[in-house]
Write a protein that binds this ligand. Structure first.
Ligand code: AMP
Length: 311
């Protein structure tokens, strides 16, 4: 496993691999790696010849009163996890390498970045989109892996890739949870034992609503009430919302298209986010549709039944 701090040496090395036709997978992270990051890395190692992991606590995605200065770091453990997982290269630039003096160009995401975390953290997704675009240009991966845990981030990145014709495939990996359901996050390390216990109510609420949906409850208000009835131990509920899974438009009335139930809350001084997907089960066919399907299948089974074909 190779470690790079400078863009030039990383790109030189990657150029050689790309010339030999190797498929490059990329996992961008802010470090303090856990089993959630590991799931992304495993997916990349399984699908690609080369896996590049970046570890960069990106200052431009933090607001002025957020946790940039105390964001947890554990470089040695991160190296161990990457080595054991079969990572080929770690890229860990410092802020000056990514934002040299005179830096002034940003990626401005559109409406997909406005609700949810975008409303609570102004400028956050501009910082995310800008650094991810830069990292894509530096690494030039074939595939990049992101966690469903940061659902809106995935939507913003997918939209950016479409809008800017970036030649990279985006893969979203399901959220990895602690045994009690809490979504794994580097920020969970901020939680003291009492807050850690209280934080469990977030996933309990989301999973209860997801279970109700699986049992046939489609009413969005009712689903939100079910989730809210469990989310009683947080200090500030910043949002609990049902959003269209693709566009992030607000869902009202019945949930008939894939939707995401998204939550953000503070527990003590720690801000946590989580979400679950509500995916409609395949619709049962109507009698008329069944009739048509069986007709087509009969014709496929015995083409002669159609009579002689015109020559
Ligand atoms: P971060 O280091 O928090 O910026 O996260 C880096 C990547 O790991 C992002 O794509 C996250 O969505 C993903 N990630 C973080 N936590 C989890 C988790 N519990 N399960 C799956 N992916 C995660």
């Amino acid at each position: 496993m190779l470690t790079f701090r400078m863009i030039k040496s990383l790109t030189q090395c990657l150029r050689g691999y790309r010339r030999s036709g190797l498929r490059v997978g990329f996992v961008p992270t802010m470090g303090f790696l856990h089993a959630g990051h590991r799931a992304l890395i495993d997916e990349s190692v399984a699908r690609c010849d080369i896996t590049v992991v970046s570890i960069f606590v990106n200052p431009t995605q933090f607001g002025p009163n957020e946790d940039l200065d105390r964001y947890p770091r554990a470089l040695e453990q991160d190296h161990d996890l990457c080595r054991k997982a079969g990572v080929s290269m770690i890229f860990m630039p410092d802020a000056g390498e990514i934002y040299p003096p005179g830096f002034q160009t940003h990626v401005e995401p559109g409406p997909v970045a406005e609700p949810l975390c975008g409303a609570v953290r102004p400028g956050h997704f501009q910082g995310v989109a800008t650094v991810v675009a830069k990292l894509f240009n530096i690494v030039q991966p074939d595939v990049a892996f992101f966690g469903q845990k940061d659902f809106q981030q995935c939507a913003v990145i997918r939209q950016m890739v479409r809008d800017l014709n970036l030649p990279v495939e985006i893969v979203t990996v399901p959220t990895v949870r602690e045994p009690d359901g809490l979504a794994m996050s580097s920020r969970n390390s901020y939680l003291n034992p009492v807050d850690r216990e209280r934080a469990g109510c977030l996933s309990r609420g989301l999973l209860a609503a997801q279970a109700a949906y699986g049992e046939g409850e489609q009413d969005s208000q009712r689903l939100l009430e079910i989730a809210r009835s469990h989310i009683t131990e947080v200090d500030q509920l910043q949002y609990l919302e049902l959003r269209d899974a693709r566009t992030l438009a607000a869902v009202q009335g019945l949930v008939e298209q894939p939707a995401a139930l998204c939550v953000a809350a503070t527990v003590g001084p720690t801000r946590l986010i989580d979400n679950v997907l509500l995916t409609p089960p395949p619709r049962a066919l109507s009698d008329r549709e069944l009739e048509l399907v069986s007709h087509v299948m009969d014709r496929q089974a015995s083409p002669a039944a159609e009579g002689p074909r015109p020559s």
